[in-house]
Design a protein around this ligand. Sequence first.
Ligand code: SAM
Ligand code: DTB
Ligand code: SF4
Length: 331
Amino acid sequence: MTFQELNDLYQLPLFDLIQRSRSVHEENWPAGEVQLCTLLSIKTGGCSEDCSYCAQSARYKSDVAPERLMEKCQIMERAKAARDNGSTRFCMGAAWRGVREGTQRFDQVLDIIQDVSKLGMEVCVTLGELGPNEAVRLKDAGVTAYNHNIDTSPEHYPNIVTTHTFQDRLNTIRHAQDAGMSICCGGILGLGENTEDRLKMLEVISSFNPQPESVPINSLMPMPGTPLAKSSGVDVFELVRIIALTRLAVPKAKVRLSAGRTNLSEEAQTICFFAGANSIFYGDKLLTAENPAVEKDLALINKLGLSPQKPNRAQAAPDSDEALPRKPHLA
Ligand code: SAM
Ligand code: DTB
Ligand code: SF4
């Protein structure tokens, strides 16, 4: 979807916009399900990068203490607990710039993935930058989706991160897709961006060939000690508009109402689900920040007459458009 198309939709009265996104949602996701995904930070803090929203960057004095890579047996315990709690996707995050073939830590991660993937859940990892070889090794180990967000527009990105570029992010996404992994790619609202930046971010995400299998929409959780610690919250109605636009721009993706739900009322989350969100992070903790309690989330899903989505490990990336060449993603 082009910037112009997105902007035309954005300008609609809210009810008109939601009506359109709702109808696209029902066409593609008729079952009234919400996917429950559990996140686990397997390597926390001490990251070399300077992403100004992130409590895990070593450059800022946040409340997050750096830790080593978690032991496999602990990770397996958490993964089994997630499955037993009804999660169908287990997403492991590491505070690294990236991973490199031939290093001990990459081998350890591959070993962990092989075991987690036997549990029958979708396996998502977010480990930072990947080259083509690393992507193939992850796919072979059992990763179903690779999470790598573009976070904001190409223009605004250098105001938020200086240690890597927007193009670096696009290259990693290309490598992950070429290796046959689905892509989970979204962004954060509340980084000081304007509406144009938000629409440009969606334009880039919707232009991927194939389109992402999931699109997380995070609202900034201002983390003490980071440059964005004092940022003001995202307007709920802006969030709803972006969710609706995401549904329209990437109709077959799971649109994940991600970080920031602790600041949203049940009613606000309900409008997000109605407008096109159909996935959440489930569990009391995100990577380092708070998330609603599982009982509260289950109660809300129940109250709305929605149901947790069934596992689907065969979930492939949406078909690529064969009429278009699969070429490098460019900013
Ligand atoms: N290091 C890897 C990377 O940067 O891709 C993976 C972990 S990183 C924490 C994953 C994503 O979490 C970021 O791209 C960002 O979208 C989101 N995130 C991080 N801190 C956040 C915050 N304070 N509020 C909202 N989203 C956040
Ligand atoms: C994504 O888009 N959001 C998740 C997941 N992908 C890895 C991470 C949210 C992190 C929120 C801040 C924290 O927990 O430190
Ligand atoms: Fe590191 Fe990822 Fe946090 Fe950036 S977002 S500082 S790359 S963990």
